[in-house]
Design a protein around this ligand. Structure first.
Ligand code: SAH
Ligand code: SF4
Length: 339
């Protein structure tokens, strides 16, 4: 059994079933998540016979990156080759006051948004809890080398987090656990292409922030770039966001600017209305291009005009600075799935 797959509850029940006291779970978790000790032999507050028994029960083998690419702007892309040969990526984005890690939840992505490189590569499989949290562990180690700390986590890497729902929940559980990674809810954001029923469930089961990849404000346009809209059309998606308890959480609407497609003033007007409904912040994302992309980026001047329409309507709208583009580490560029 891979210990990084287990929430504290699951670890406790496995230990109890094998004749160990429950508190052993917190001891073991402190060793692996806080002291980053990956061998029972070194867990000196556990007796030798217990250590031997535990070593027979559990593997403690996180996945480490086999390649790290550093961008000219300081962004780092960590590439992990998984045991079955699939490759997934995580991106560390250092900023002045914080350091954000962008985490992947699937190898490839089944949603196939028309503007996304990851989507164009097809879907391989869901990541395990251990594979998701290994990205965080590895990024903490990597950031630590430059005396930096990962302060924020965004589930915005490869894949659709809400289609790997059970593993996402367990991953978040461990990320929040005092004896695990000890992050706070406010520092974690899950981004989704709009799996409406799972948005509702996420709101019921967690207190993390929600980001929704909206990208178009009519079904007609959204259908064209996000096939997921056929299953969960805008009305249903917007209703699901209504159910998200925003009093304790923050909702962000993401909007990628595609030249002469969704970048007109009337799009901005409609987007402002939707943002007001949730008091949501809008993140305007300049389109990052890649080989074979079917869209072009909107010129910056037009992006700023778009932003100004939102601001004039009292909507907080930020243009996301593109980071890591020279190493294909920017939004929508991730993905190198081995055949
Ligand atoms: N699958 C989830 C999370 C990962 S994508 C989602 O879609 O929300 C992270 C963000 O990057 C999403 O808002 C996504 O729409 C956006 N994105 C995808 N391709 C992009 C591209 N080529 N340029 C800019 N942003 C892109
Ligand atoms: Fe998947 Fe998100 Fe890319 Fe769409 S934008 S294909 S949901 S990773």
């Amino acid at each position: 059994m891979q210990i990084f797959d287990l929430t504290r509850k699951k670890l406790e029940s496995t230990l109890l079933e094998n004749g160990f006291p429950k508190f052993k779970a917190t001891q073991i978790m402190q060793w692996i998540y806080q002291k980053r000790v990956f061998s029972f032999d070194e867990m000196t507050n556990i007796s030798k016979s217990d250590r031997e028994k535990l070593a027979g029960m559990f593997e403690i083998t996180p996945v480490f990156p086999n390649e790290i690419f550093t961008s000219s702007d300081g962004t780092k892309k960590l590439a992990f080759t998984l045991s079955d040969g699939n490759v997934v990526e995580a991106v560390i984005i250092p900023e002045e006051t914080r350091c954000t890690l962008c985490v992947s939840t699937q190898a490839g992505c089944p949603i196939k948004c028309a503007f996304c490189r990851t989507g164009s590569l097809g879907f391989r499989r869901n990541l395990t809890v251990a594979e998701i949290n290994s990205q965080v562990l590895s990024a903490q180690i990597e950031a630590g080398k430059n005396e930096k700390r990962i302060t924020n986590l965004v589930f915005m890497g490869m894949g659709e987090p809400l289609l790997n729902f059970e593993n996402l929940l367990d991953s978040i559980d461990i990320l929040l656990d005092d004896f695990g990674f000890n992050f706070s809810n406010r520092k974690i954001t899950v981004s989704t292409s709009g799996i409406a029923d799972k948005i509702v469930e996420l709101g019921e089961k967690t207190k993390v922030n929600l980001a929704v990849s909206l990208h178009a404000v009519t079904d007609e346009k959204r259908d064209k770039i996000m096939p997921v809209n056929k299953k969960y059309p805008l009305k249903e998606l917007l209703k699901a966001i209504d159910s998200y308890p925003i009093s304790r959480k923050m909702v962000v609407l993401e909007y990628v600017m595609l030249k002469n497609f969704n970048d007109f003033p009337e799009d901005a007007e409609k987007l402002a209305k939707i943002a007001k409904r949730y008091d949501a912040k809008v993140n305007i994302i300049p389109f990052n291009t890649f080989d074979g992309a079917a869209f072009e980026p909107t010129p910056m001047k037009k992006i700023i005009d778009f932003q100004n329409i939102l601001i004039a309507k009292n909507v907080t709208a930020l243009i996301r600075k593109s980071r890591g583009g020279d190493k294909l580490a920017a939004c929508g560029q991730l993905g190198r799935v081995k055949n």
